[in-house]
Design a protein around this ligand. Structure first.
Ligand SMILES: [Zn+2]
Length: 291
């Protein structure tokens, strides 16, 4: 029932081998392996020179959170570009979209760690942020559990440890299977008519522009560009959906830790400040967890 990345893998990475069989063979290579390798090269030269388990987890933590944020914003983009009806809160709906997009058909050691890191980041943020009930987003801990719920719903065995680690009760874990099914089927149904077929030529483009980061964000900007993680998400969206307008993805300094979708300007913004927060969190939480 995990449609999205299945299409993602086939279209972008031409996964013509048998990587979608239930038992993945040893030759399976994650579609994010190249992105990870480029990030690691940059990391070792510019961020931390000693490769160890922390480096590996920190890189995946960073890549996972950037990817989830990009898919979240593209969730808003698809809703406005296709005028998709939204029942309930849009922020929750696009959180679900982002989480679904990062759950692969079969175990994928790179992607699985990336999506678990998204819940880790929400739990981490929840420790320091004020509880605000009026916000348009759910509270950090709820967003963390929403990730865990999609994971354990999609794969109750493979992600049981993630749900247990997050102290999610057993009956809630079981209910998540229904929630996963309902949510992923609903998104697929709403997007179905907007998928590009193999033969269709698509003219509107999604263009990524990196603005000058300034000294403070030079490393995170370098890591984003070197890894190509933003382009991975953009490429997936571009080859999957018949988006009617050109979209500009602007990676820039915003003066706040945020990311936005502007429906009128068809513009998506990823702020260096937010990516830098993920980078700092990736370094601190991953070194702390290995002590
Ligand atoms: Zn949002």
């Amino acid at each position: 029932m995990r449609y999205y990345l299945l299409i993602f893998f086939f279209i972008i990475f031409g996964a013509a081998n048998n990587s979608f069989s239930a038992n993945r063979d040893e030759s399976y290579v994650s579609p994010f392996q190249g992105t990870y390798d480029r990030a690691e090269n940059y990391w070792l030269e510019n961020i931390g020179s000693k490769p160890n388990n922390n480096t590996h987890s920190s890189i995946l933590y960073f890549l996972g959170n950037v990817t989830n944020t990009m898919f979240h914003e593209f969730g808003h983009a698809l809703i406005s570009e296709f005028e998709i009806p939204v029942l309930g809160r849009e922020e929750d709906a696009v959180d679900s979209f982002a989480n679904i997009m990062m759950i692969s058909e079969d175990p994928d050691p790179i992607l699985d760690e990336m999506i678990v890191a998204v819940s880790d980041e929400y739990f981490e943020e929840g420790k320091f942020s004020e509880l605000v009930a009026w916000d348009e987003h759910s509270m950090n801990e709820q967003r963390a559990y929403a990730v865990v719920c999609m994971l354990v719903g999609a794969d109750p065995v493979g992600f049981k440890h993630a749900a247990d680690n997050a102290s999610m009760p057993k009956d809630r874990q079981e209910a998540c299977a229904f929630e996963w099914e309902k949510t992923s089927v609903s998104w697929n149904k709403l997007l179905e008519e907007h998928y590009l077929s193999d033969k269709e030529k698509h003219s509107p483009k999604i263009i990524v522009k990196y603005q000058k980061p300034g000294e403070k964000y030079v490393k995170v900007a370098g890591l984003l560009e070197a890894s190509g993680i933003i382009e991975d998400v953009v490429e997936y969206i571009g080859v999957t959906y018949k988006i009617p307008n050109d979209i500009i993805v602007s990676v820039k300094r915003c003066g706040e830790e945020n990311a936005f979708w502007e429906p009128d300007g068809h513009k998506l913004t990823m702020c260096y400040e937010l990516a830098d927060k993920y980078l700092a969190s990736a370094i601190t939480t991953q070194s702390a967890s290995n002590k």
